[in-house]
Design a protein around this ligand. Structure first.
Ligand SMILES: [Zn+2]
Length: 588
């Protein structure tokens, strides 16, 4: 049956040499040119009906342009060693970039509309389905430059901040490590070393993490130069675009007020003692005096239960089935319709993802299933994203993708369903403890740890405004923020001072990390609502997912009675974590 474990992407295009694919590139180029001719410098003169027509054309253009790009991304992810896939992937990236630049005028002209004209359009009943899109674009008005300036900035970024970020990637990927394993020196990759944090032997865990971090220390000149330039670039951009705080552009894009993010972070900090309580319990479970920070993810026992893919698939579908029949059916669809690529193989991309496509194309999943519990969780996670994208297919293209703070909702909720399902059917006390620890550690990693990362990143940007950050200054900031989380419950190993230097989010996705905290706490709250309301919660939750990106996060969550601006809402999430820790204590 192993042939069924790869995906079938022929519903997109029959093959890489098919005329349909060539036609998409050609049609896309032609239609973008026509769109430019019809609307460039004319948006301000459109009536509401004319504007509606333009938005619909813009939307179908987006669908047309994205399809060959999605197809080549999937091909490349499944086999990046094929020259044909490489060529097609490069071609579609360049195509997407060029088309994007050709269309940038449309957003800019919406931003530049005078206030009366904009308000009349945004409140015209015909344009109601696009009101959120228009308002989201318009929020950047005080921070947008002219078309010429925008285009120059984006062009020069290629040799500026983007060049530093590429250098960071290339150097990070090129680092080679040697580590003593079972008495012999071995070559390893960074991924392998980090995976050893789950090794049962404490000495191996510490040696692996130290080897990894010390290699970064050897390259401190390069890493601190990259971090400095990324921070300087951002501080210059803040000045050019009149932003007041380093997080403001991210928060604006996420449609979350800066005060709400600050309250999320403060509530997280107030709950650090909860994490410390868990670290002390974990030390007890491992029979240790005190944990080092390389012991946090240590397995409880050596047993390491494994699952076949068929078992994992059945568990996932069952877990979703306990919530709703519809969710189980959507989950199963990935497997029956072959929209999932399951097994690892050379040349295939690592990790796992769900690719949301368009309102007319169903999503696809990529996994690297090896049979451990974390892999089963990953299936539940990615299937959750998939269900979210499925339900959002009732939206049109501009309203399809969920906003960042909600993007991890269905995935994390799905993991929770799986954990509960496994806990319910498990009778072995030791395995139950392992399951609970895995879940608690996962929550700690997506809430508290992400909060530490965000605080470090915030201070790095703020303090860069006063001048160059030396490597030891970056190490101090990192040490202080981590120290607040670990307190005296966990000893940080000395090489961890360089822990900042490998976090690629700081380089690639500024202030992305708090989205994880936000999503995890949101899901913990939603899950509590589900436990309380059961059946009546299901349509509310379904509605949240089906909203896709058609509303602000606040408006999408309102029907569930969720108010992100209330600190009690975030506390609610941590209260569920506390319950999980109590559940673990009861088993000890
Ligand atoms: Zn995810």
């Amino acid at each position: 049956m192993s042939h069924d474990l790869t995906w079938d992407i022929t519903p997109l295009y029959p093959s890489t040499s098919s005329p349909e694919l060539a036609d998409s590139f050609e049609q896309g180029t032609q239609q973008v040119a026509q769109f430019r001719e019809r609307y460039r410098e004319k948006v301000a003169g459109l009536t509401a009906a004319g504007f509606l027509q333009a938005l619909r054309e813009y939307e179908s253009l987006q669908e047309l342009l994205i399809k060959p790009q999605l197809y080549s991304h999937l091909l490349f992810a499944a086999n990046s060693e094929s020259d044909e896939n490489k060529r097609l992937s490069q071609k579609s990236d360049e195509f997407g970039n060029l088309m994007g630049r050709e269309l940038i005028f449309f957003d800019l002209e919406i931003i530049q509309l005078d206030a009366d004209k904009f308000n009349a359009l945004a409140h015209d009943p015909q344009l109601a389905p696009y009101r959120h899109f228009l308002e989201a674009v318009r929020k950047f008005r005080p921070h947008t430059l002219s078309e010429r300036e925008e285009s120059l900035l984006s062009q020069k970024a290629l040799t500026g901040v983007q060049a530093f970020s590429r250098l960071f990637d290339e150097v990070s990927a090129s680092l080679r490590y040697r580590m003593d394993m079972d008495g012999e020196e071995r070559d390893c990759t960074g991924e392998e070393l980090l995976a050893l944090l789950h090794h049962p032997d404490a000495a191996v865990r510490e040696r692996a993490f130290s080897t990894f971090l010390n290699k970064h220390k050897e390259n401190e000149i390069l890493f601190s130069a990259v971090f400095n330039n990324v921070a300087l670039d951002h501080s210059q951009e803040m000045e050019l675009r009149s932003y007041g705080h380093p997080m403001e552009p991210t928060n604006l894009g996420n449609e979350i007020p800066t005060e709400v993010v600050e309250s999320l972070m403060q509530v997280s900090e107030a709950n650090y003692p909860l994490a410390q309580e868990y670290f002390r319990l974990k030390a007890k479970l491992l029979g240790m005096e005190r944990l080092k920070n390389c012991d946090v993810y240590a397995p409880l026992s050596d047993s390491g239960k494994t699952y076949s893919f068929e078992e994992a698939r059945a568990l996932t579908v069952k877990a979703y089935g306990g919530f709703s029949e519809e969710f189980a059916r959507l989950a199963d669809g990935f497997f029956t319709e072959r929209r999932v690529d399951v097994l690892p193989r050379p040349g295939k991309s690592g990790g796992a993802f769900c690719m949301g496509m368009t309102p007319s194309l169903p999503p696809y999943l990529l996994l690297n299933f090896t049979g451990n519990l974390r892999d089963v969780s990953t299936i539940a996670h990615e299937v959750g994203h998939g269900i979210h994208y499925h339900l959002a297919q009732v939206q049109t293209m501009l309203n399809y993708h969920p906003p960042l703070p909600l993007a991890e909702t269905a995935s994390v909720f799905g993991e929770m369903l799986l954990t509960r399902h496994l806990l319910e059917k498990e009778t072995d006390r030791e395995l139950k403890k392992s399951l609970l620890c895995a879940k608690i550690e996962d929550i700690i990693a997506t809430t508290f740890r992400q909060n530490v990362l965000t605080r470090f990143e915030e201070r790095m940007h703020l303090e860069r405004q006063d001048g160059l950050l030396t490597s030891s200054h970056l190490c101090d900031l990192w040490w202080e923020e981590n120290g607040k989380l670990y307190g005296d419950a966990v000893e940080m190993i000395e090489p961890y001072r360089f822990g900042w230097s490998y976090i690629s989010h700081f380089i690639h996705a500024r202030f992305y990390c708090y989205s994880y905290t936000c999503a995890e706490l949101l899901v913990l709250s939603l899950y509590q609502l589900y436990l309380k309301e059961r059946e009546s919660f299901i349509p509310v939750y379904r509605g949240i997912l089906a909203d896709g990106g058609s509303k602000t996060p606040a408006d999408t969550l309102a029907p569930a009675g969720i108010d992100m601006s209330d600190p009690a809402f975030w506390q609610n999430g941590y209260d569920l974590l506390k319950d999980l820790i109590e559940e673990l204590k009861a088993l000890m």
